[in-house]
Write a protein that binds this ligand. Structure first.
Ligand code: GLU
Ligand code: ZN
Length: 276
């Protein structure tokens, strides 16, 4: 049998806050999995989050990665790819796979939406009504229509094994935001395909998103990568480490003179103990 092609992995941070330990772990996983098999490790700045995006943070990210002892190839930032998102959305629109939704968060709550794997499951209010043209609209995937077109789909996670696509815990997710030509789901799927990413690595908190991404790959005829969702680092309270809960930024530790390569080694040891 042919040897599998060396993997292409990526780290795709959003410059809306400094990187913390959880990000370092994600970057190390992506870097090490590529290096172990002679592959490529890419950095992509996911900077389309409008006003929350702070371009100066991208420079801090590069310094953080270098401080951890990682080497990468940087690919285009998301803000340069808006036309490709708009083109894909148009294709989906023409095929009736997305529909406009003018609901606000409070309207969705008031409609009795159930909690799903990623926030509330959209109750479908706008699916069967003409949108009010005076209100801004997001565009949602018609999950039922999508799965009727694709048929059953599977994807493969390196740790969790084969997965059947199941959108029932997610519902009709937003693919085009009210303020942007894409949502995270659409942008990341198109970018990973455009960048030739063959092994998508990210935290287990984004596991469910891969059901959406696999569906989009089928609908848009994109290559299908493999996935590796790594376990999350937990804080002393057992909660996920997140910047909002005050875990120290890598930039702060770097400025404080800590040895980044040593920290990276410690994180690799923790990964082993987490079983990855
Ligand atoms: N920009 C996303 C984040 O920082 C990337 C997630 C992913 O790797 O798919 O959470
Ligand atoms: Zn709606």
């Amino acid at each position: 049998m042919d040897r599998p092609a060396p993997p292409v992995t990526r780290f795709a941070p959003s410059p809306n806050g400094h990187l913390h330990l959880g990000h370092a772990l994600s970057a190390i996983v992506a870097h090490d999995l590529a290096r172990a098999d002679g592959g490529r490790f890419l950095l992509r700045i996911e900077d389309i989050d409008g006003p929350r995006s702070r371009p100066e943070l991208a420079d801090a990210f590069r310094s953080d990665l270098a401080w951890l002892g990682l080497e990468w190839e940087e690919v285009s930032a998301q803000s340069t790819r808006l036309a490709s998102y708009a083109a894909a959305a148009e294709t989906l629109r023409e095929r009736g796979l997305i529909y406009p939704c003018t609901c606000t968060r409070s309207e969705i709550e008031a409609a009795g939406a159930r909690p799903g794997l990623e926030g509330l499951i959209y109750p479908g209010t706008c699916k069967h009504r003409a949108p009010d043209p005076a209100r801004p609209a997001a565009w949602r995937l018609d999950a039922q229509m999508a799965l009727a077109q694709t048929g059953p789909l599977v994807w493969e996670d390196a740790r969790a094994g084969p997965q059947q696509v199941d959108l029932s815990g997610l519902g009709d997710v937003v693919l085009v935001r009210k303020d942007l030509p894409a949502s995270y789901h659409l942008a990341v799927t198109l970018d990973d395909a455009a960048d030739g990413v063959t092994l998508v690595t990210r935290g287990a908190d984004l596991f469910a998103a891969s059901h959406v991404h696999r569906t989009l790959q089928a609908l848009l005829d994109l290559p299908v990568p493999r996935w590796h969702h790594h376990p999350l680092l937990l804080g002393p309270d057992g909660e996920k480490l997140a910047k909002r809960r005050g875990s120290p930024a890598l930039a702060e530790r770097r400025a404080g003179g800590e040895d980044g390569r040593m920290l990276a080694q410690q994180l690799r040891m923790q990964l082993l103990s987490l079983g990855t």
